[in-house]
Design a protein. Structure first.
Length: 365
């Protein structure tokens, strides 16, 4: 039986539709049905981009539009398509606006393909003091800050680079609750569950077949048109990484696509988010695209366990990764209700049942 709209937890697709109908979520043009995911809403780029000389947060008492003049280098129209250059910082107002109830807050994150292209995309809001966090009761526009790190990208209005998840109250599972859930519905296969401030994620560097363990972005590759799916030869953009001994040395500044050793699943009544840093294991970032929807890897949704793709950037010094090393954690949250559609069931999902996989723009062998 469906729980009432006021339930604590992450708001599912049917609640998002109700919030669109009430005007709490709106868009110009209107929000399209296929933007609605099981536990999130895809956000669309607007028509104007501003190149900045530096990233910024507006801060209390300031809106984004007013602060842009301090950092603007130039602005341009995206309607004919425009290349956002590697290493530069841009802000694009999104087509969606919020008028959140006083008890609903939001978190945003890059979509899977965005993260796998090493596109740093973060949301800022009027009076915002954090990236990717929207406080309860916020009313106003949303802006995407975009910083291409490895590849320049061609963008147009309406492209969906990130997504927003709404939640009411505190719904993160404690370690004891996560342990109980794992005993009831196993959350990992390919190893025992390591539960400490979430579900531990380790890197897989001993594949069942062959010795391909990942990819490293080439430093001087061409432009990726984000509308072109399956159009690019991976060899033009990525260097294959092979390992026969379960080890990989990360170079500072390089960007890697790797895969988790474990297969994970997200039961229908839950959603998860990858914590981007685990400071105890070295100075590198794992996973820009941190939302995992209800049904990801879940057997009944066609997943049978799905391995998490890891987007990794090493910072200060060369770092040795070893097979099975914990590199991140998955934080589980309760849904306010079970969504009326699960990831991989009736929703186009490029990454259900995935293993080591590049973004959907690249041809796979």
């Amino acid at each position: 039986m469906a729980q009432p709209m006021q339930s604590t937890g992450v708001l599912p697709s049917q609640n998002l539709r109700a919030m669109i109908a009430s005007g709490a979520l709106s868009g110009t043009p209107a929000i399209m049905p296929d933007q609605i995911q099981p536990a999130s809403l895809d956000l669309r780029l607007g028509t104007q981009a501003v190149r900045l000389r530096a990233s910024f947060l507006p801060g209390k008492g300031h809106n984004v539009a007013d602060r842009l003049s301090e950092f603007e280098m130039h602005r341009f129209d995206l309607r004919d398509g425009m290349v956002l250059e590697k290493g530069c910082v841009y802000v694009v107002e999104l087509m969606e606006r919020l008028a959140l109830p006083h008890d609903v807050q939001a978190v945003t994150n890059a979509k899977s393909s965005t993260g796998r292209l090493d596109l740093l995309v973060r949301v800022i809001t009027d009076e915002g003091v954090e990236f990717d966090r929207v406080g309860p009761g916020y009313t106003g526009p949303l802006y995407a800050e975009i910083c291409p790190r490895s590849f320049s990208v061609l963008v147009r209005p309406g492209m969906r680079l990130n997504q927003i998840r709404l939640r009411r109250g505190q719904s993160v599972l404690t370690d004891s609750e996560l342990t109980a859930l794992n005993s009831q519905t196993p959350l990992v296969s390919g190893g025992a569950a390591v539960i400490s401030e979430g579900l531990g994620f380790s890197v897989g560097l001993r594949p069942a077949e062959g010795d391909l363990v990942g990819y490293r972005a080439k430093p001087h590759a061409g432009v990726v048109d984000l509308d072109r799916i399956g159009a690019y030869d991976p060899a033009d953009f990525w260097e294959e990484l092979h390992s026969a001994n379960g080890q990989l040395i990360l170079d500072p500044g390089a960007f890697y696509i790797l895969v988790s050793r474990e297969s994970v699943s997200i039961p229908p009544g839950y959603a998860a988010e990858m914590a981007p840093y685990l400071a105890m294991v070295g100075e590198f970032r794992v996973h820009y695209a941190g939302f995992f929807d209800p049904g990801f890897g879940y057997v009944a949704a066609g997943g049978a366990g799905a391995r998490g793709v890891l987007e990794v950037r090493c910072h200060e010094a060369p770092f040795v990764l070893e097979d099975g090393q914990i590199v991140g954690r998955l934080v589980y949250e309760r849904m306010a209700e079970i969504p009326d559609a699960l990831y991989g069931v009736g929703i186009a999902s490029n990454y259900q049942g995935q293993g080591l996989k590049l973004a959907k723009h690249f041809r796979m062998p």
